[in-house]
Design a protein around this ligand. Sequence first.
Ligand code: SAM
Length: 217
Amino acid sequence: MEEKAKSKPTLRVRADKVKDFRCKNLIAVIENPDDIRNIGTIIRNVNALGVEKAYVITDQKALPDEWEEMRTKPKLSAISASAIKWSFVKKFKDTESCLAHLEKNGFVSVVTSPHMKGYHNAVLHEHDYTSYKKLAVWFGNEGIGISQTALARSVLCINIPMYGIIESLNLGTASGIVLYEITKQRREFQFKLKQKISANKAVKRLVESLQPRPPAQ
Ligand SMILES: C[S@@+](CC[C@H](N)C(=O)[O-])C[C@H]1O[C@@H](n2cnc3c(N)ncnc32)[C@H](O)[C@@H]1O
């Protein structure tokens, strides 16, 4: 019994184990969500799929200003299945301040919409998301969708093809589908890059070891 309890890894051990699978420089942005449950769902998706961070644009008091405080809120913890404790969340008061922060830090934005709203549009699974070094993926409000401001400052508008009668997917559901495809691509790319770097290092070490050494005195 005691043995069994000992062999169960703690959450910290698990968090360290999955660290390498997390997609670096990938942020999910939720713009003015009305329903706190959708914030919880997206944070859960962010954590489960290995997105680095979540940014939330909201003036809702239900979401505290600082992550340290968000982590202590039982309701947020419950709706995100505790993911809020493990994935970093930053709150912004408006779209402009979020865009300014992202752009200052070299992030490129892409928005998501059920409609082809952008100057450049792409079907989710037909696009390559590995060419952007730092990427922010935006999700819009449940009713009005993504804002014109975010759309105008984005390089792409992504859509999940819809084959039913309903105009759009639920915000939380759409985030899961979009982030699955983007993290899958970026994680593969990240692993291949890591392998290439360690192979190059090994070759360098081998070449160095083959260099003639001065004779011992
Ligand atoms: C309920 S939808 C908003 C619908 C709104 N009437 C519109 O025109 O965008 C909420 C958010 O979920 C995402 N979304 C929903 N369906 C989508 C789809 N088919 N493709 C891409 N994103 C979608 C978008 O981020 C959207 O802003």
